[in-house]
Design a protein around this ligand. Structure first.
Ligand code: HEC
Length: 154
């Protein structure tokens, strides 16, 4: 009995904080990845988005669409100020991150949390995995436009 309780304790210790089990499983299954993925970190994150063209001035239609998506899919966990709720507040996110990184985080969050050092550091602070919100690349671009607008208006 004592032994059983002890192993329960170990199991719990391994499970809690960060050791999200399917993440680890995916990592060990990834050994046959192409070597190209082990490139130096360019701050753009991991995913399809490698080059974003920014609008100057901002496109207000995109800003509006981005705001609507934010209200619907993101506001439960993210504020527009610097205050953290479940995830970090969005104020200043366009200064902290490259636009490509932001869009990859939105559209490819599982891989980002496994492979991108900045995303992993955030996860260590927040202790919750951002769920995949099924955001299309077009919608993520609108959200990005909205983030720039939010940071300009401060
Ligand atoms: C259930 C809560 C939750 C929802 C809903 C959510 N996120 Fe997140 N988000 C997080 C957490 C937690 C993090 C920190 C990374 C981690 O721990 O996974 C994060 C991190 C981020 C970051 C990085 C922020 C930074 O400071 O670098 C961006 C960008 C982001 N989320 C965008 C979005 C967008 C856009 C949506 C809506 C489409 C969204 N998130 C919906 C929880 C959430």
């Amino acid at each position: 009995m004592k032994k059983f309780i002890y192993s329960l304790f170990i199991a719990f210790a391994l499970w809690s904080c960060g050791g999200s089990s399917n993440g680890d499983a995916n990592q060990s299954a990834g050994s046959e990845k192409p070597a190209a993925e082990v490139k130096a970190d360019d701050g753009k994150g991991v995913g399809e988005i490698t080059n974003v063209k920014l609008n100057d001035p901002l496109n207000q239609d995109m800003v509006k669409r981005g705001l609507a998506i934010y209200d619907m899919k993101c506001s439960a966990c993210h504020k527009l100020t610097a205050q953290r709720v479940v995830g970090p507040g969005f104020a200043g996110v366009t200064d902290r991150r490259k636009p490509e990184w932001i869009m990859n985080m939105i559209t490819n969050v599982e891989v980002m949390l496994e492979e991108d050092p900045a995303a992993q550091a955030l996860f260590e602070e927040c202790l919750t995995r951002m769920p995949n919100q099924n955001v299309s690349i077009g919608d993520a671009r609108d959200i990005l436009e909205f983030f720039y607008d939010n940071d300009q208006g401060k």
